[in-house]
Ligand binder design. Structure first.
Ligand code: PMP
Length: 391
């Protein structure tokens, strides 16, 4: 019984999992224990408490690496997907020259759109934008058609936060590799929901957030191939990212630390890393392969019920565990507000994907997004509340 691990769910129907997920008791307990029993700064003290804290932090890197089929030295802890993608755009900046292009899609979350837009502007490159099919899913063929010899970076979402659609990454990677472009994957909506193997996918960089996968807020991951991390310049400079700093002949001469510490300057979020590690253990006990089929079943039933009520639903057959819907004469925020009064939590607006809404000609939608702890009872209570509100 998963729901019992989430006290907050006893009273509400929580369908805003694409924004953030709830945290199980096990994760909260792990964070509490860390602060009660193991708190010390890492990589600094030689006393046992500092060693223990360091060990936990390094173990978290290994657990995350194992979860995505990567090496621990390639796992950089950041705050969230947004920070990971911004850091990725910094790492790749030297690759881009005037006249080059960067390929994204119209379906991107603003976090995987604006850093590339800025990088293109800074370097005199062009941003090329792959389109979506009528149902809002990424049109992989259109993305592929935008990739050519001048493409340096292809940055795409692995799963949409509006439809849950899982992009056929391998097709895009194949084309990108033909022209030597780096592939950046926004895994914010996929890593929490499907098993991930970065090598199987063939991508070069992956970013995701701990808070969307039962972990705490304030911890996220940037995974990048070792060669990229070795070559790139760190973004934040200071403590812990440095091995030595010399004062030689009147000059300061720094020597960067080993991977991944080179990219983790300053005191990190150790408790967050411990919480994320516990979240991953929870997900693995549940079974990663079970999550998306479970959500999809609930989302499909929800989409059908909504269509029966006369709502337009974005996503069609290709949806994942997310249902965004709208109706001409219904204000999304007002509807979400009224549902909230009935203890049903859904998101309203553009969900940080305004360009997608614009090409679909939808002026804002309401979004119900599912996770492993949701069940048929939640769907029923959602419709009960919705019918009352609409009436
Ligand atoms: N990309 C996608 C597809 C997302 O859904 C989100 C969160 N809504 C993000 C990026 C950004 O995640 P965060 O807010 O944790 O940085």
């Amino acid at each position: 019984m998963v729901k019992e691990d989430f006290p907050i769910l006893q009273d509400i129907v929580y369908l805003d999992n694409a924004a953030t997920t709830q945290k199980p008791l096990q994760v909260i307990e792990a964070i509490r224990n860390y602060y009660l029993l193991h708190n010390a700064n890492i990589h600094r003290g030689v006393y046992p408490l500092a060693r223990k804290s360091t060990d936990l932090y390094e173990e978290a890197h290994r657990v995350v690496a194992g979860f995505i089929g990567a090496r621990a030295e390639e796992v950089v802890f950041v705050r969230n997907t947004t920070e990971g993608l911004n850091l990725a755009s910094h790492l790749l900046e030297p690759l881009v020259r005037a006249g080059d292009n960067i390929v994204v899609t119209i379906s991107e979350h603003h976090s995987n759109l604006l850093p590339w837009w800025r990088l293109a502007r800074r370097r005199g490159a062009r941003l090329r934008i792959g389109m979506v099919r009528e149902d809002g899913s990424i049109d992989e063929e259109d993305v592929i058609s935008k990739i050519d010899e001048s493409t340096r970076i292809v940055a795409v979402q692995h799963a949409s936060n509006v439809t849950g659609y899982i992009t056929d990454v391998r097709k895009i990677v194949k084309q990108a590799k033909k022209v030597g472009a780096v592939v950046v994957l926004d895994g914010a909506q996929s890593v929490p929901h499907v098993p991930i193997d970065v090598n199987g996918l063939g991508v070069d960089i992956l970013a995701f957030s701990g808070h969307k996968m039962l972990g705490p807020m304030g911890i996220g991951v940037l995974w990048a191939r070792k060669e990229i991390l070795e070559e790139a310049e760190p973004f934040l400079l200071g403590g812990d990212m440095i091995k030595e700093v010399h004062y030689t002949n009147g000059e300061i001469v720094p020597l960067w630390n080993e991977l991944p510490w080179k990219f983790e300057a300053g005191t990190p979020n150790v408790a967050g890393a411990v919480g994320l590690m516990e979240a991953i253990r929870y997900l693995e006990r549940f079974g990663m392969e079970k999550i998306l089929p479970h959500e999809k079943k609930l989302a499909t039933a929800t989409a059908e019920g909504l269509e029966d009520m006369g709502f337009n639903v974005i996503g069609g057959e290709r949806r994942g565990g997310v249902v965004a819907f709208w109706k001409e004469d219904i204000d999304p925020h007002l509807l979400a507000y009224r549902l909230g009064q009935k203890k049903v939590c859904v998101r309203s607006g553009y969900h940080c994907a305004q360009p997608l809404h614009e090409v679909l000609e939808v002026r804002g939608s309401i979004r119900a997004s599912f996770y492993l702890y949701n069940d048929e009872d939640d769907v029923e209570r959602f419709f009960e509340a919705l019918r009352e509100v609409v009436r």
